[in-house]
Design a protein around this ligand. Sequence first.
Ligand SMILES: Nc1ncnc2c1ncn2[C@@H]1O[C@H](COP(=O)(O)OP(=O)(O)OP(=O)(O)O)[C@@H](O)[C@H]1O
Ligand SMILES: O=P(O)(O)OC[C@H]1O[C@H](OP(=O)(O)OP(=O)(O)O)[C@H](O)[C@@H]1O
Length: 210
Amino acid sequence: MAETLKVAMPKGRIYKKASALFREAGLPIPEEVDESRKLVIPLPELDMEFILAKPVDVPTFVEYGAADIGIVGKDVLMEENRDVYELLDLGIARCRMSVIGLPDWKPGIQQRVATKYPNVASQYFREQGQQVEVIKLNGSIELAPLIGLSDRIVDMVETGQTLRENGLVEMNSIFEITSRLVANRVSYRMKNGQIQSLCDRLQKVISASE
Ligand SMILES: Nc1ncnc2c1ncn2[C@@H]1O[C@H](COP(=O)(O)OP(=O)(O)OP(=O)(O)O)[C@@H](O)[C@H]1O
Ligand SMILES: O=P(O)(O)OC[C@H]1O[C@H](OP(=O)(O)OP(=O)(O)O)[C@H](O)[C@@H]1O
């Protein structure tokens, strides 16, 4: 009998898209999980168990082996820099990480950048040779330049609606973001058959939709 594969699934916007992909790959998993407060969902018929985690914590659960595999955005992988194997680009939850500001922005002497991604932002501005003070926020990042907390922000852009509605402009795109399937290094060896077969099934769906 196969062992149970522990899968860290992000609650929130990725879950719906990831679960649709799993179902297309022939794995009948629940479409929604938001209504319940249950955090561990046994799926014995698939030899799997879903662990419902906050997106930013998925790489942590996977690195420590509390989950064998997980689904997480490239943004979180770049920011958290956890020791996990990146197995597959799922091509879902597509957006980009960008530098954003007010249309009349000009470089001042003391530059401040607000972001949910301080490591990504610090590295980017270091590489650009720009000295900035990075201020960590946890949400509604677009507020910062509007009310004078920072000059610019580093944040995600999908449709651009949030920028438009707040009179902000995208200045540079830093990298493209999609969700990835990641694995714990030991689990990848010990449960290789199960993980590889899941990757193959998902890859077929991804290739068919490209
Ligand atoms: N506007 C967007 N369009 C597409 N994908 C996005 C967008 N915003 C975020 N994502 C992707 O979805 C992931 C999870 O975002 P989500 O908003 O669900 O979680 P969160 O804001 O980190 O969590 P929480 O709201 O619980 O604090 C992000 O890490 C990113 O990869
Ligand atoms: O280009 P758009 O389609 O407008 O999407 C981009 C917005 O989506 C995300 O915010 P989220 O909804 O996660 O809210 P948050 O402010 O709590 O981070 C991101 O931080 C942007 O604000």
